[in-house]
Design a protein around this ligand. Structure first.
Ligand code: 5GP
Length: 174
């Protein structure tokens, strides 16, 4: 299985450097605000763990699980399988995702939190695939790296629930 993902796209060092920059930017942008960081499981868990430690201000943290349905690429059916447990109204929500592809998942989640009267809702993603975007008006506020239209694994991202533990981002070639 490993021979299919020998090509490293983004090294651990580059990820570390970029996460530190994002943390600094987010710290500045949310100064004095009540911030809740929401990780979308499972792919975001490593990025989220790195990112929150690079944010130098008080914050609270929660998780959700969203699933986009196979075979529904054109309709973009996304279901929330686990919602957050905390109160959202009046808080500044930062959704943390592993990768934005079509944009269906995040567009659903942004709408979900706006509907619960969050003070603001922004998106931070480790990776972004702009060439694959279907939801053209989705605003992705913080991006680690833009990546080409390839299937990537590692740093939390899986192939069939495997390979999340690579410390770097690799390209999976079937
Ligand atoms: P979207 O709703 O933006 O199309 O899908 C986002 C989700 O698709 C991500 O959270 C991720 O689970 C999955 N995904 C999209 N592209 C990739 C990829 O290149 N590698 C992996 N491992 N997952 C991907």
């Amino acid at each position: 299985m490993y021979e299919k993902c020998e090509e490293v796209l983004i090294s651990r060092e580059s990820l570390n450097e970029r996460v530190a920059q994002l943390g600094e930017q987010i710290t500045k942008d949310y100064e004095g605000k009540e911030l809740i960081v929401i990780g979308v499981l499972r792919g975001s868990f490593i990025f989220l763990a790195d990112l929150v430690r690079a944010i130098k201000m008080p914050l609270s943290l929660d998780f959700m699980i969203a699933k986009s349905y196979v075979g529904t690429e054109t309709t973009g059916e996304v279901r929330i399988l686990k919602d957050v447990d905390v109160k959202i109204a009046g808080k500044h929500v930062l959704i943390v995702e592993d990768i934005v592809d079509s944009g269906f998942t995040l567009s659903k989640l942004v709408g979900h939190f706006e509907g619960r009267n969050a003070a603001s809702v922004k998106i931070c993603t480790a990776l972004n695939k702009p060439s694959r975007r279907v939801v053209k008006d989705l605003k992705v506020d913080y991006v680690g790296f833009d990546v080409p239209d390839a299937f990537v694994v590692g740093y939390g991202l899986d192939f069939n629930d495997m390979m999340r533990n690579f410390p770097e981002i690799r390209i999976y070639k079937p």
